[in-house]
Design a protein. Structure first.
Length: 407
């Protein structure tokens, strides 16, 4: 399947039958349905991921990583963060080397990406390190505590921004966060647009029903993107994007918003052949399936990001597009291949080290896996393109035959 993360396999839900649901969360969902009627899917997803009692992201421990439910690029190997540090330093230089320079990482998780960036800046003795402040942002406060302890153990607690600390120049970074924002699910039925909602079945289980759209914004979003779903087609629409992006960049006076995620421009995302059933997926113990109503509160739920909607939201928030590309192209442009060669040439590299980094690189670049993630950069008060300067490394490499921008 083209939608699977590398290393994941599609399974029948019975393989995960010992997992169960979060009982308190399921009770809350049932009570809300009993009190107010069918629950739009967007509300179900919000509760399943974010409810303080039982929501998947509110668990004390972050779940990316080999022990968790899925692996992300930063958790796969530090070479991802090391390579990204080149982009961060380049952005800092283009902005005139401001001090302080704050990197706000939304969905910082365990802090793995931030640590890889810092360790690399330290290794290359980057002058950015003197200006660097790191502000991790997480939905679950306990996770920030764990991240701070990890930074302290690594000797990097001095770079952590104090709560509420602001700095006008910097970057906002979110890797695999937008795909977790709650989405509405809609379905085309002949001439009308219906919204997917949840009801209680005869045995009190959760069953899908279709209701009138809960907001005209759903049809308006599709119309604004010239999308016409075909009869029976299901699609996800993330109306939360606009407010999320506006809030995320509100603290930046000058700088860059860098988003990396599963996604596609609207025309491809809503393709009636390839995406007839939408892109909603559930991740649990490194397996993926498409039943969001099992393992409630105990599995991750994601939907591909609408890159067209992201770009519009960024423009509405006062940003301009710097570039949009794939992760494979971005990492190639930032010189990830040269890093691999340097690791190979280093006499201190063991065979095991080399094998690990090489297999990580294959997964990061594979255009059928993480390599096709979208990398989207938007600037506020970003210097106008100057012909004398080369493009940012992030956007300097194009796979043969690919157009310059795809939105
Ligand atoms: C798929 S994980 C990615 C973690 C990390 N960025 C990485 O690449 O390894 C998503 C992370 O985003 C966090 N998250 C989800 N929604 C969020 C939101 N609205 N604001 C901040 N963090 C959020 C989750 O708690 C989780 O740690």
């Amino acid at each position: 399947m083209d939608d699977l993360q590398p290393g994941l396999r599609r399974v029948s839900a019975t393989d995960l039958s010992d997992v169960g649901d979060d009982p308190a969360l399921l009770r809350r969902i049932r009570d809300e349905i009993l009190a107010t009627g069918p629950m739009p899917f967007v509300r179900f997803m919000e509760l399943a991921l974010y409810a303080p009692e039982g929501g998947y992201y509110r668990a004390a421990s972050a779940r990316p990583g080999r022990e968790g439910d899925f692996i992300t690029a930063p958790e796969l190997h530090p070479i991802f963060g090391q390579t990204l540090s080149t982009a961060i330093e380049e952005i800092w230089r283009r902005l005139g080397e401001p001090t302080p320079f704050v990197l706000r990482e939304h969905g910082a998780g365990t802090g793995t990406l931030g640590l890889a960036v810092l360790n690399e800046l330290h290794r290359v003795r980057s002058p950015l390190l003197d200006a660097f402040r790191y502000a991790p942002i997480e939905i679950e406060p306990d996770r920030i505590g764990a991240l701070e302890s990890r930074f302290a153990r690594s000797g990097w607690d001095g770079v952590l921004a104090a709560p509420g600390e602001t700095g006008g120049d910097g970057m906002v970074l979110a890797n695999e966060v937008l795909d977790a924002l709650p989405v509405h699910r809609v379905r085309r039925r002949v001439d009308s647009l219906r919204e997917v909602a949840i009801e209680l079945g005869p045995d009190d289980g959760l069953v899908e029903v279709e209701i009138d759209p809960s907001t005209p914004a759903l049809a308006a979003r599709l119309a604004s993107e010239a999308i016409e779903l075909i009869d029976g087609q299901t699609a996800e629409i993330c109306l939360a994007l606009d407010a999320w992006i506006a809030a995320a960049v509100s603290s930046i006076e000058r700088g860059v918003l860098l988003l990396i995620d599963y996604g596609a421009p609207a025309a491809a995302l809503y393709d009636p052949v390839r995406r007839r059933d939408g892109t909603l997926r559930a991740y649990l113990r490194h397996q993926v399936h498409d039943d969001p109503y099992r393992h409630v509160g105990r599995q991750d739920l994601t939907a591909h990001v609408d890159v067209t909607a992201v770009e519009r939201a960024a423009h509405a928030a006062g940003l301009t597009t710097i570039g949009i590309t794939t992760q494979a192209e971005a990492l190639m442009g930032l010189g990830i291949e040269g890093r691999l060669q340097a690791i190979q040439a280093d006499p201190a590299t063991t065979f095991e080290d080399y094998s690990l980094v090489r297999s990580a690189l294959v997964r990061l670049l594979d255009p059928a896996a993480m390599g096709r993630f979208e990398v989207m950069a938007f600037g506020r008060d970003w210097p106008a393109p100057d012909e004398r300067e080369p493009p940012l490394g992030l956007f300097s490499y194009r796979l043969p035959g690919r157009a310059d921008r795809r939105c």
